[in-house]
Design a protein around this ligand. Structure first.
Ligand code: G3P
Length: 218
């Protein structure tokens, strides 16, 4: 399963990319605002830092506007995946760029009916928002399970990119279901390393080793 970082913070991306476990990055207008950076500058910097797909979102909500913006966004780098909303115009733009062999990430997906439309429009990635789904009392992981079933029924090439993840269980459940990608905040990726028994066990090993008075490498 691929891990994308859900952030536009360069320091976080640099820190987590150093683990060798980051396969891409996703941004959105809220993350760009939070970074306080210029859209094109920060997206270019991210594309230089990460080899994998970097999702950059259109601001326009109409088809013609999306096409105009996309010309500038795809120009940023070869590893750009254009992010479009799951609307009629968004899926028209998705089909337009898929026909050109370009990467498209369809975002703001909240139903398997929507995900089916995005697969038929040839989306490279579909981004169902599990955390926001949970926030309104629906089971976000059930949505992922339904989409996985539908996509496997028809061998759709669209990759399921689980978004709006909030904790390590969202990641583990996505892996159990067989999602292709998860996008996660750096905080959640850091949490995944942690287990109290690992920390306790290592502390005991370090202290026992010190008692041996030996060294392995000078
Ligand atoms: O990037 C899309 C998505 O991951 C946003 O998540 O945390 O704002 O619900 P969140």
């Amino acid at each position: 399963m691929k891990f994308f970082l859900d952030t536009a913070e360069i320091d976080e991306i640099r820190e987590m990319a150093a683990t060798g476990l980051v396969d891409g990055v996703t941004t959105n207008p809220s993350l760009i605002l939070k970074s306080g950076r210029d859209y094109f500058e920060v997206t270019k910097e991210i594309c230089d830092l990460i080899d994998g797909p970097v999702s950059a979102e259109v601001a326009a909500t109409d088809y013609d506007g999306m096409l105009r913006e996309a010309a500038h966004i795809y120009d940023i780098a070869d590893n750009i995946a254009l992010k479009v909303p799951l609307t009629v115009d968004g899926l028209r733009a998705c089909k337009h760029f898929n026909d050109q062999g370009k990467m498209v990430n369809v975002t703001l997906c909240f139903s398997s009916a929507q995900a089916l439309l995005a697969a038929k429009a040839g989306a490279t990635f579909i981004s169902p928002f599990v955390g926001r789904h949970d926030d309104v009392g629906f089971d976000g992981m059930q949505l992922i399970e339904d989409i996985r079933l539908i996509y496997d029924n028809y061998q759709f090439a669209t990759q399921i990119l689980v978004a709006s993840t909030r904790h390590p269980i969202h990641i583990v459940e996505s892996a159990r279901i067989g999602a292709d990608v998860v996008t996660l905040p750096a905080k959640v990726l850091r949490q995944m390393f942690n287990h109290p028994l690992t920390a306790n066990g290592l502390a005991a090993f370090v202290s026992d080793w010190e008692k041996t008075g030996q060294t392995i490498a000078k």
